[in-house]
Design a protein around this ligand. Structure first.
Ligand SMILES: [Zn+2]
Length: 193
């Protein structure tokens, strides 16, 4: 018995659904907690502008950022597994994910940062500028160095997407041994085929 492999689109779809579900649950928990009168009416700690509601928001948002990061890194594993011709694609993807999450984190922590850093708040902006631009710059440099491999991977992907079952003409992935539509065994295209 050969297990029919789950298609790349199927794997990505599952991961997206699981990300959306965890984010929705976390956003629901956050709004529930923040709406509690005991938190909503709580005074800031000491002389700082930090309120308990702010802390709850930051903690839950951090969990959301972690879920986004996890989703992104898992997806890069899928990308790596799906394209042996261009393994750097996973690294470039990871760097883009770090950039996106850092950009989102800048929003999440800005209120807390303002309350804690006060007149030193410009420092906050500089730290996040580095956190956002450094991985982005690395991704662009890596992409520039590997532009031929990216072009190659793109055309291979287009070619793979165009592969059709000879029995029922359904679209099948490049490495599929069996048609997902009619179950017929199909010849696997070797390298250079
Ligand atoms: Zn078929």
């Amino acid at each position: 018995m050969t297990a029919v492999p789950v298609s790349l689109a199927g794997q990505v779809g599952r991961r997206i659904v699981s990300l959306v579900v965890s984010v929705v649950i976390l956003v629901f928990i956050r709004s529930l907690l923040v709406s509690l009168p005991v938190l909503r009416n709580a005074q800031p700690f000491g002389g700082s502008g930090v309120t308990p509601a702010m802390i709850v928001q930051v903690v839950v948002d951090t969990l959301i950022l972690a879920a986004m990061l996890r989703f992104g890194f898992q997806l890069s594993g899928t990308i790596r597994a799906g394209s042996q011709f261009f393994p750097e694609g996973g690294t470039i993807w990871n760097l883009f994910i770090i950039t996106l999450v850092a950009a989102a984190a800048q929003n999440v922590y800005s209120e807390l940062g303002q309350a804690l850093l006060r007149e030193n708040f410009p420092l906050y902006g500089w730290v996040f500028l580095v956190l956002i631009l450094l991985p982005l710059a690395c991704a662009l440099v890596l992409a520039a160095l590997k532009v031929n491999a990216i072009t190659e991977a793109f055309f291979r992907a287009v070619h793979a997407a165009a592969r059709k079952c000879p029995f029922c003409a359904a679209r099948i992935s490049a490495k599929a041994k069996f048609c997902e539509e009619c179950g017929q065994a199909v010849v696997v295209a070797g390298p250079g085929a």
